[in-house]
Design a protein around this ligand. Structure first.
Ligand SMILES: [Zn+2]
Length: 318
């Protein structure tokens, strides 16, 4: 995915200056075919204590519908904002007051401008806002994010932040360098719901945004923390996929440890990426985990690049 020429450019310019070329080299969204928006329906699943999960196309959305307004986590793509507002309107006549972006990827924050225009305050971890603001200044990215300041979070936090909103307590926690460099974990305390953003996908291989700070070792370690934070009844809203629970997180972690071990072994033996892919090292995992969004080859691209970048030996879990 990142070819030799691009690696040379990366070395030359470093991470910040490289954003436009990097995105051309690492076209996360170009690989995802967008639907005819008219055909997308928004489904709403009740999780208890006035917390819901909404699904249209793109990220899962978490929503707390309180007496004084709606608190939203992630907002999918801009063409779906009106449909999302209509779905929320069936639960409450109150407006959306806050939108949290779990990270900067477009399928999680594409609706920011629309929700801001409707009166919502956009909130994110400060690293996520930094990347979004930087992307706005690069011409190649303006079609991705749009030039309006309304796309950007107006409130940022550093390590953690708590909202006492209606009858719910909503905690935001910064979890660095798992899926990206600016991921937020959200806890709805009363509802016993945790929303992970893309740090966890339920049922299929992960996306690890290595050029923007993601790491498989941090992802594997994060699942220990997530397991501890949850109890047997906690409902987990993943970045993509159906509602989950901590036992599924544990099974997912086991899968990812196997992937890591196999790729690390290949690198240690001097196998190049092309030959690694040709050997189909994830064939036995594909039936369960490889049938959605992220293919085995794509995952191998990411993990190979990650372990080459961060080294083979930081993890104690092998
Ligand atoms: Zn993402």
């Amino acid at each position: 995915m990142v070819n030799e020429k691009m690696k040379t450019v990366l070395r030359k310019f470093g991470r910040l200056a490289m954003l436009p070329a990097l995105l051309m080299a690492f076209p996360v969204w170009a690989q995802i075919e967008l639907p005819d928006w008219k055909t997308v329906n928004i489904t709403t699943e009740e999780l208890g204590h006035d917390v819901y999960m909404l699904q249209g196309f793109g990220s899962n959305i978490g929503a707390y519908v309180g007496p004084d307004g709606i608190f939203l986590i992630d907002d999918e793509y801009a063409p779906l904002s009106q449909k999302i507002m209509t779905a929320l309107g069936k639960r409450s006549d109150q407006p959306v007051r806050y939108v949290v972006n779990t990270h900067w990827h477009r399928d999680h924050r594409g609706g920011n401008e629309n929700f801001a225009n409707a009166g919502a305050v956009i909130v994110a971890q400060k690293e996520t806002r930094r990347i979004m603001a930087l992307a706005q200044k690069t011409p190649e990215m303006q079609s991705e994010i749009g030039p309006s300041a309304k796309n950007l979070p107006t409130i940022t936090y550093d390590r953690a932040m708590t909202f006492h909103f209606g009858d719910e307590i909503i905690e935001l926690h910064y979890v660095p360098n798992v899926h990206t460099s600016g991921d937020t974990l959200v806890i709805f305390k009363n509802a016993n719901v945790i929303q992970t953003g893309d740090m966890y996908f339920n049922g299929f291989y992960p996306f690890i945004d290595v050029p923007f700070g993601g790491s498989i070792d941090n992802m594997i370690a994060f699942y220990d923390d997530l397991y501890e934070l949850a109890d047997a009844h906690t409902k987990i809203i993943p970045g993509h996929g159906p509602i989950s629970n901590r036992e599924e997180v544990r099974a997912y972690q086991d899968m990812l440890k196997i992937v890591r071990t196999r790729v690390a072994l290949a690198i240690a033996r001097g196998v190049d990426l092309q030959n690694l892919k040709a050997a189909k090292p994830l064939a036995d995992l594909d039936a369960e985990w490889g049938d959605n969004l992220i293919t085995a080859d794509w995952l191998l691209d990411m993990v190979y690049a990650d372990l080459r970048k961060h080294g083979l030996r930081p993890a104690s879990h092998d």
